[in-house]
Design a protein around this ligand. Structure first.
Ligand SMILES: [Mg+2]
Length: 191
C-alpha cells in the first residue's frame, strides 16, 4: 500500500493568512497582525464583519499568485520517495467560486498531477473516502473532525487560532514547517 499525503491550502500550503490580514486591515482601517487572530473565524475580529471578510476573499482570489509557505517544496520531495503515492491530495474548504483560480495555481506547480477536492464536502469525509494517511491542516474544527472520524494522522500548522484542539490528542502532531512535516513522516514510516 502506498502512503497518501494530503494538505489543506490556506495557511498551510499557500501562505495566504498574512494576505487576508493585510487586505482586511486596509479595508477596515484596523492594524491586526497574526498574533491577534485568536479565532479561526475572521469575522470575530472587532471592526471586521462578513462584508469585510467576503471582500477580502474576493480580492485575494481574484489575483491568485499565492505565495507558498516556506519549505512547501518538501511536499514534492516527500512524494517522490518510493513508498509514497506521488500525487498530493489537496482538500480545501474554499468556496466553489474559487475552484478555477485554485486549480490554475496548483497546476503551475504540479501540472495535472494532483487531486483537488473539498469545497462543499466536509474534509473528514474526503479524507476518509480517499484513504489519506497524513493530512496537513490549520483549522481547529476540521482537525477535531478528522481525528475523531478517520484514521488519518494530522499535522497541525501552529497558529494562535489553533492552540486549543478538542479530541484525541494522539491523533495529531503540531509542526512549525514543511521540513518538520517531512522529517516526522519519514521518521514514522521509514525508521
Ligand atoms: Mg487552512
Amino acid at each position: 500500500m502506498v502512503i497518501k499525503v494530503g494538505s489543506d491550502l490556506d495557511g498551510v500550503y499557500f501562505n495566504t493568512i498574512p494576505l487576508y490580514i493585510e487586505r482586511g486591515n486596509f479595508l477596515a482601517g484596523t492594524k491586526y497582525d497574526i498574533t491577534d487572530i485568536e479565532e479561526y473565524d475572521l469575522t470575530k475580529l472587532s471592526g471586521w464583519d462578513e462584508t469585510i471578510s467576503g471582500r477580502v476573499f474576493r480580492d485575494i482570489h481574484k489575483v491568485g499568485n499565492y505565495p507558498m509557505m516556506p519549505g512547501a517544496h518538501f511536499l514534492k520531495i516527500l512524494l517522490n520517495l518510493r513508498q509514497f503515492c506521488h500525487i498530493p491530495y489537496f482538500v480545501t474548504s474554499r468556496s466553489r467560486d474559487y475552484y478555477h483560480v485554485t486549480d490554475r495555481e496548483l497546476q503551475k506547480q504540479w501540472g495535472n498531477n494532483f487531486i483537488l477536492s473539498g469545497f462543499s464536502t466536509p474534509k473528514a469525509e474526503v479524507i476518509w473516502e480517499s484513504h489519506i494517511d497524513y493530512f496537513v491542516e490549520d483549522n481547529p474544527a476540521d482537525i477535531s473532525d478528522i481525528i475523531e472520524t478517520t484514521d488519518c494522522h494530522v499535522f497541525v500548522f501552529d497558529y494562535p487560532y489553533n492552540r486549543y484542539i478538542s479530541g484525541n490528542q494522539s491523533g495529531y502532531t503540531r509542526v512549525c514547517s514543511w521540513f518538520d512535516i517531512f522529517m516526522k513522516i519519514v521518521e514514522r514510516e521509514l525508521s
